[in-house]
Design a protein around this ligand. Structure first.
Ligand code: C5P
Length: 407
């Protein structure tokens, strides 16, 4: 059951084989707490039935502009009034053509034309409309479709995708609908305040790996989850994001440019060569403090009885960035097993950075949730325990307030 304050989303499903992905999108939105109302076109109903969407959304599914069971016959108006967004996935070439030209001959096109929602002050405002095109590559590339897309962008419609790849018709090219999880991420991202719009953010995440020989090395335990969540949150906030990541098995957040590295020195070089032009640098990586003085080119045999490793110090990437002549706003992380406040504050001073995020290792390492305290010139700000993405959004909001105190 949906909670009373749940985000209401109208999900339009037009005719296309990608309609099956809309079932998964419904599930993901509902799981995230949204109240999803599906409007199925006649074409869409050829691919997935209303029963499927009804079962997944827990709400009745709308298919007919002339449905007599609707007390006032005003579904095309009422459905969007309390909605935070209309998402159409898949959006067929035919649907996009109708939308671009203001045609309204079925429920979905009519409600898109009449799309309004109650604003904060009770006044009516346009309900955001996000569409995910899905069609054969030639249909997508055709001048008519491209004209329609350009007009829709001009009208303020958000176009999600399409992606390139294998198509149901056997051809390969642009026109595939985004996957359900990608659409979900884009839709959720749309709702986040654009606190870092136009800003550039550089991050490090994950562990580093310092090779001893081709199969062995020194590393830190770090899942990369907090750094990836921050990269996602910064992108959601409208920033252009570059994420320099050590070896982790995590998917790259949508819209984030990722650079994969192994060792601390690779990470340092990747950061230093990209840092210029970034307003914010967030060092989340658990960088290995030391590396072997020598790396064997061949696998070391047990018979060699290697018992002692000579180590060298790795560069401190964050301290180096903070010491640049015009450094970005630098954010560090301090994962401690005790004395969090004292150690994190000392680290902030020694690295000469404006903000450090402290957490106790037992509260967050490898987990999906975290509990952190932010330390800056204004003192300490504890955040309530929450999923890492939630924590990341709050850190991004904190950073945005610090770099634009007057917004
Ligand atoms: O010095 P310590 O490792 O405890 O500091 C942690 C912070 O410094 C983190 O933000 C981490 O990403 C960053 N760091 C770094 N380069 C290092 C060591 C730590 O950027 N060599």
């Amino acid at each position: 059951m949906n909670s009373p304050g749940a985000r209401r989303i109208v999900l339009g499903v037009s005719g296309g084989i990608a309609a099956y992905k809309a079932a998964e999108l419904t599930r993901l939105l509902v799981k995230d707490g949204a109240d999803v109302h599906v409007v199925l076109t006649a074409g869409g109903a050829h691919f997935v039935t209303a029963v499927t969407f009804q079962a997944l959304s827990g709400n009745r599914v709308w298919t007919d502009l002339w449905d007599p069971s609707m007390s006032n016959n005003m579904a095309h108006i009422d459905l969007t009034r309390g909605a935070q967004a209309i998402v159409v996935a898949p959006a067929s070439a035919d649907f996009l053509a109708k939308l671009a030209n203001g045609l309204a001959d079925d429920l979905l096109t009519t409600l898109c034309l009449a799309r309004q929602r109650a604003g904060l002050d009770g006044a009516l405002a346009d309900c955001p409309l996000l569409v995910a095109p899905a069609m054969n590559r030639q249909m997508w590339e055709s001048p008519a479709t491209q004209r329609n897309i350009a007009r829709l962008i001009d009208d303020g419609v958000v176009i999600l995708g399409p992606a390139a790849g294998d198509q149901a018709c056997g051809e390969v090219g642009q026109g595939r609908m985004l996957e359900a999880d990608e659409l979900f991420e884009d839709v959720i991202s749309h709702f986040q305040p654009k606190l870092l719009a136009g800003r550039r953010v550089l991050l490090t995440a994950g562990p580093t790996f310092e090779p001893i020989d081709p199969v062995r090395g020194i590393t830190n335990s770090s899942s990369g989850k907090m750094g990836f969540a921050l990269a996602r949150a910064a992108h959601e906030a409208g920033a252009q994001v570059t994420l320099v990541s050590g070896p982790v098995s995590l998917a790259t957040p949508r819209g984030v440019a990722r650079v994969d590295v192994q060792s601390a020195r690779d990470m340092r070089d990747a950061v230093i060569s990209r840092v210029q032009g970034n307003e914010v640098f967030i060092a989340v990586a658990a960088v290995a403090d030391y590396r072997p003085a020598e790396t064997a080119q061949q696998k070391i045999k047990r018979s060699r009885e290697l018992r002692t490793l000579t180590l060298e110090s790795n560069p401190d990437i964050l301290a180096e960035v903070a010491a640049l002549p015009r450094p970005p706003y630098c954010v560090g992380f301090a994962a401690e097993s005790e004395n969090l406040e004292a150690y994190a504050s000392a680290k902030r001073i020694s690295k000469n950075i404006p903000l450090i995020v402290g957490n106790l290792i037992q509260d967050g390492l490898g987990a999906d949730d975290n509990r952190v305290i932010l330390f800056d010139d204004n003192g300490s700000t504890p955040l309530a325990p929450a999923p890492k993405l939630e924590i990341a959004r709050q850190i991004v909001a904190h950073v945005a307030r610090r770099i634009h105190p007057h917004r």
